[in-house]
Design a protein around this ligand. Structure first.
Ligand code: M6R
Length: 610
């Protein structure tokens, strides 16, 4: 996620902002910028790339200001370039804003503001907000009020800082869905998206809550709700160390990212899942909607975890739309002279957007005349730019090498695409609403799975010396089994295989004895009984059974050695929920074995070689 830092006080703010931004670098970002108020003028410096690039670009400038805000941007709307980098400013170059989050109704606001005479210079959602604040300032002549009034018109998520040359003694901060913490120093105030940027200056903090707006001067902090009610907040003391803060208090980035999934999935669906209409709205696909609707088949290509998401996507799309889907490893697709017919639509899935094999598959498909669409996390990445259109998954930066939150966000975007296509192909509104409601409940269900950690730790302790694991699932949970096995292999170095449960008897069953742990993904769906038979086959050979089963399953306890309970979902979305305990199992196994979880041996986060 993007990083935010702001300072007001007697010191020169620039070095404080730059150091704060460096402290936030671990979050991942693609551009950086600062806005300062100096001699009554707004001074903005911003640059694509790293904080070091920003510093280099500022050489020769002697900015010295006692009020400033700084930002590291992780692009969501618009490429990561100098222009789209934050801060953004209003028409008169008096008000500056930095923003984390997504303004969902920015298109409607933009049209209105343009009609009112505002000149919009970038394609970002953030710039719209600063023009809206400018408009509200005309009415209220008070920055605190103007920000509040503007936020009343905004849908979406935000953590923002706003400054103005008209009121150079204050920073206005507001949050909804994106964290902000205020630091109280000696005659100075700071504010940041993460306490990591504050701890060098103060340990006295106030955590802003959703729906609150704060006005910071050097020696005061006033907090109101966006509806103008004053709030009295406790000052708290930060007791943890820097290393802990950067990981949000988690021991590893992977664990932090596993826990982020209720939010990252919500972000992937934000403004896109239309509950009332029982469908989805995906702006990135609108230009190619005619091609999508005319397609006789889809091809999805990807690598690793993204390939597992593709395979689950095949089940979703085929079951909901009836359109056939082929799934191919990108590394195979690129060299096997694939049959691509006129009218075929090819999806490429990539978290990083830089995977060499996926990029080559994309080019191969394009050279054969296919429409190629991306499902990508990193905005501005090579794959995102090379595709004809697509959907960003908005999972936020994924730092742990083992992909977790990107996987579940890829699945939720595939679910949205399936729902959208299904509605266009005759699915009734009622059925669409049922599906949309279930999809919307997924983040809440994941929260419930995350309460099972003690049970998962216990299982990990029990099996930490195992040398092999088998993962079995059927239907759409076959890809879940593959993904569970991959996670375990990657970070704990235990040999693990994923299979369709019924395939076991065609070979892998020879491996089953009292030393073999077998993980079954066994939700109460249409093939539940079939999977129970497969469990019996393992039991008969004394295999040790770990079941991922629904909360209301009363049979499974008698058939398994260990059970992790997961809430029920419609089968299409099962992998999103069922993969969470498998991520946690892999994580705790790796920790129990003393492995380097975030940087496992031999692996890179982004595989840019063949
Ligand atoms: O960035 P991509 O999604 O294109 O990466 C594809 C694979 O390299 C990646 O998913 C890899 O398998 C991960 N380490 C899985 O945890």
């Amino acid at each position: 996620m993007c990083g935010i830092v702001g300072y007001i006080g007697p010191k020169n703010s620039l070095p404080i902002l730059l150091e704060g931004l460096r402290r936030l670098e671990y979050r991942g970002y693609d551009s950086a910028g600062v806005a300062l108020i100096h001699d009554g003028k707004l001074e903005v410096h911003k640059k694509a790339g790293k904080v070091a690039d920003l510093v280099a670009s500022m050489k020769g400038t002697h900015a010295s200001a006692q009020l400033g805000i700084g930002h590291t941007r992780w692009a969501t709307h618009g490429e990561p370039n100098d222009v789209n980098a934050h801060p953004h400013w209003d028409c008169k170059h008096e008000i500056a804003i930095i923003h984390n989050g997504i303004i969902e109704n920015y298109v409607a606001l933009k049209i209105k503001l343009q009609k009112d005479g505002h000149t919009i210079r970038t394609v970002t959602d953030t710039e719209i907000l600063v023009h809206l604040i400018e408009e509200m300032y005309k009415r209220s002549h008070d920055l605190f009020t103007a920000v509040r009034l503007a936020l009343l018109e905004v849908e979406g998520a935000y953590g923002i800082l706003v400054i103005s040359t008209k009121e150079p003694d204050r920073i206005i901060a507001a949050r909804k869905g994106s964290p902000l913490v205020i630091g109280i120093g000696d005659d100075e105030s700071l504010v940041a998206s993460d306490a990591a940027a504050l701890v060098d200056h103060t340990r006295q903090v106030i955590y802003l809550e959703d729906g609150q707006v704060a006005c910071l001067t050097a020696d005061s902090v006033t907090i109101k709700t966006i509806h103008d009610q004053e709030i009295i907040k406790q000052v708290e003391e930060i007791t943890f160390d820097l290393e802990q803060i950067e990981k949000g208090g988690y021991e590893h980035f992977m664990l932090k990212e596993i826990h982020e999934q209720p939010t990252s999935i919500l972000n992937s669906m934000r403004g896109r899942l239309l509950l009332q209409e029982g469908t989805a709205k995906l702006g990135g696909l609108e230009p190619v909607m005619d091609k999508l609707l005319a397609a006789k088949r889809f091809i999805i290509t990807a690598c690793g975890t993204s390939w597992h998401a593709a395979l689950a996507g095949k089940y979703m799309i085929e079951q909901l739309t009836g359109i056939p889907v082929e799934v191919d490893y990108a590394s195979e697709f690129r060299y096997r002279n694939p049959v691509v017919q006129p009218g075929d639509v090819v999806f490429v899935i990539s978290q990083s957007g830089e995977t060499a094999d996926t990029l080559a598959a994309l080019r191969e498909a394009q050279s054969k005349g296919a429409t190629v669409l991306g499902i990508v996390n990193v905005v501005g990445s090579t794959i995102a730019r090379a595709t004809d259109a697509g959907v960003f998954i908005h999972a936020g930066p994924e730092i742990g090498v083992a992909s977790t939150k990107a996987f579940t966000s890829q699945l939720s975007v595939l679910a949205l695409i399936s729902l959208l296509l299904a509605r266009h192909r005759g699915m009734s509104k009622e059925q669409g609403i049922t599906i949309a409601r279930d999809l919307q409940s997924v983040p809440e269900k994941i929260e419930k799975v995350l309460t099972q950690i003690d049970q998962i730790k216990y299982i990990a302790e029990e099996f930490k010396h195992a040398q092999n694991f088998i993962y079995l699932g059927r239907g759409i949970n076959f890809p879940t089994a593959l993904e569970g096995a991959l996670k375990l292999k990657e970070i704990s170095y235990i040999h693990a295989e994923g299979y369709p449960a019924a395939e076991m008897k065609h070979g892998p069953i020879a491996l089953i004895d009292e030393n073999m742990p077998v993980v079954f993904i066994v939700p109460k769906d249409a093939i539940y009984d079939k999977v129970l038979s497969n469990i019996q086959e393992v039991r008969a050979r004394k295999g040790r059974i770990i079941a991922i089963a629904n909360e209301d399953d009363t049979e499974i306890g008698n058939l398994s050695d260990f059970v992790v309970r997961v809430p029920r979902t419609l089968s299409y979305f099962g992998p999103i929920v069922n993969s969470i305990p498998l991520q946690l199992l892999a994580y705790y196994m790796a920790v129990a074995r003393g492995c380097n979880v975030d940087q496992p041996r031999n692996l890179a986060k982004s595989v840019t070689v063949e």
